[in-house]
Design a binder for this molecule. Structure first.
Ligand code: GLU
Length: 459
């Protein structure tokens, strides 16, 4: 677990310890003992599975590739979380991401625990046949700890429905006659995937922002203006004003969130900048997002990198350096790329007053503290980017029932589920002095602690 996650979990436990209405039957030494147990349970993963996958490459070289499956906590149900293919994957990172999954599922009332997988490769450097071999090996090495009632992987950075289909196929071969449909989620539609799963994270990310800044304020305007809370002031400042948005990352999450913003009829907002691993594109009048999506779909996911490439589209934009996006003079920043993007060295230059975490852990703890102290509202990863795992849960249910929902039904259920969470979190957030991240952690930790107590795990 990263220091940041560990610190907020501990702060949340401390807040719960002092809250006399939480498990009042736990008194004095019993209370101390139970909370010491909670700290140790939540701050460490249950299992760290690590292997070196032996993979034959097409040049006849055999490579040993480090791979992980971390199972953080299964108090609320089978472990659940994506498998990341990225060259920067490492054990510490996977542990942290697995613990974020535990908290994400807890806060959204998804009956799963938290897990995460990772393979240390840059998938762009491998041929499809080699990636296929890597996926099969991953399942062979970890099949004992995976399964529809044990641990259910899904896509993450660098993986998608193709990889999940291959993995489920391998799982089925290794375990003939056993249930396999719920062993992986994020599969292709033809192979038992759910409609809407691909767009779910990006749609959920935009919905989180939209709900806070438009729907929630509309209903709670007068109540909010009475709150003596710096975050209520920031949020109210933004209500009903034209907002400029910059989106870091134009992959599965960023591009879908950008499209949602582009088409949102009742939202007075404009996407003025997007970036990817190469460039930032900026236009103060707003970018033509559908044309950019069309371009990226034909160019391996990359945005136009120079004026010549931009000329192939109808898009009008200024080309800037990749990291320039973060410090643009915009109202809202969506972070939908990697971890640790806003940190000590650039936090003072951030101008946005609302930050939405589409990626996991894109703001370091120093930057989080600094920006929160200034009244910047940061919508944290575990609240904002849960659309993927929520629709994964729907996929798992549909696989069990072998009855499938329409796309409309999937998104309706997704928004209903997220709205339920927001309505639990937001009223409290605007009354407490804490940033939204801490409010979310308190809610998630309350749920986990209650169940751990009921299961008799704290003695
Ligand atoms: N990888 C996604 C996440 O970080 C989705 C996980 C899932 O669907 O299980 O939330």
């Amino acid at each position: 677990m990263s220091k940041q996650t560990e610190a907020i979990v501990q702060e949340s436990l401390d807040a719960l310890f002092d809250d006399e209405s939480f498990l009042p039957e736990l008194e004095k030494e019993m209370r101390e003992q139970a909370f010491t147990s909670l700290t140790s349970i939540l701050s460490t993963p249950n299992h760290i599975n690590k292997s070196f996958l032996r993979v034959p490459l097409q040049n006849h070289e055999v490579k040993r590739i480090p791979a992980f499956r971390v199972q953080h906590n299964n108090t609320l149900g089978p472990y659940k979380g994506g498998i990341r293919f990225h060259e920067s994957v490492n054990e510490e990172e996977v542990i942290n991401l697995a613990s974020l999954m535990t908290l994400k599922n807890a806060i959204h009332d998804v009956p799963f625990g938290g897990g995460k997988g990772g393979v240390v490769i840059n998938p762009r450097e491998y041929k499809p046949k080699e990636l296929h071999a890597i996926c099969k090996k991953y399942v062979q090495y970890f099949s004992d700890v995976l399964g529809p009632e044990k641990d259910i992987p899904a896509p993450d950075m660098g993986t998608g429905d193709r990889e999940m289909d291959w993995m489920m196929g391998e799982y089925k071969s290794i375990r003939p006659g056993e249930k396999y449909r719920g062993s992986f989620t994020g599969k292709s539609i033809e192979n038992g995937g759910s409609l809407g799963r691909r767009e779910a994270t990006g749609k959920g990310v935009y919905f989180t922002f939209r709900y806070l800044i438009y729907d929630f304020i509309k209903e709670n305007n007068s109540w909010l203006s009475e709150q003596d809370n710096v975050f209520a002031k920031t949020t109210l400042d933004y209500y009903d004003k034209p907002l400029n948005i910059a989106i870091q990352g134009f992959g599965n999450v960023g591009s879908v969130a950008a499209l949602e913003a582009y088409y949102c009829k009742h939202c007075n907002n404009k996407v003025v900048a997007v970036s990817d691993r190469n460039v930032t594109l900026y236009n103060s009048e707003g970018l033509d997002i559908p044309s950019l999506i069309e371009y990226t779909s034909e160019h391996k996911g990359d945005l136009p990198k120079d004026d010549a490439e931009l000329g192939e589209t109808n898009v009008k934009a200024k080309i800037m350096n990749r990291d320039d996006l973060l410090t643009l003079d915009v109202d809202v920043l969506f972070l939908a790329a990697l971890e640790d993007q806003i940190h000590e060295d650039n936090m003072e230059a951030i101008k946005a007053r609302i930050i939405v975490e589409g990626a996991n852990a894109p703001v370091t703890s120093e930057a989080d503290q600094y920006l929160s102290d200034k009244g910047v509202v940061i919508i944290p990863d575990i609240l904002a980017n849960a659309g993927g795992v929520i629709v994964s849960y729907f996929e798992w249910i549909q696989g069990r029932e072998t009855q499938f929902y329409s796309e409309e039904e999937v998104f309706k259920r997704l928004y209903d589920k997220m709205r339920e969470t927001f309505d639990r979190v937001l009223p409290k957030f605007f009354q407490d002095p804490y940033p939204l991240r801490k409010n979310c952690y308190i809610l998630a930790v309350t749920k986990l602690s209650t169940i751990l107590y009921r299961h008799g795990k704290l003695y």
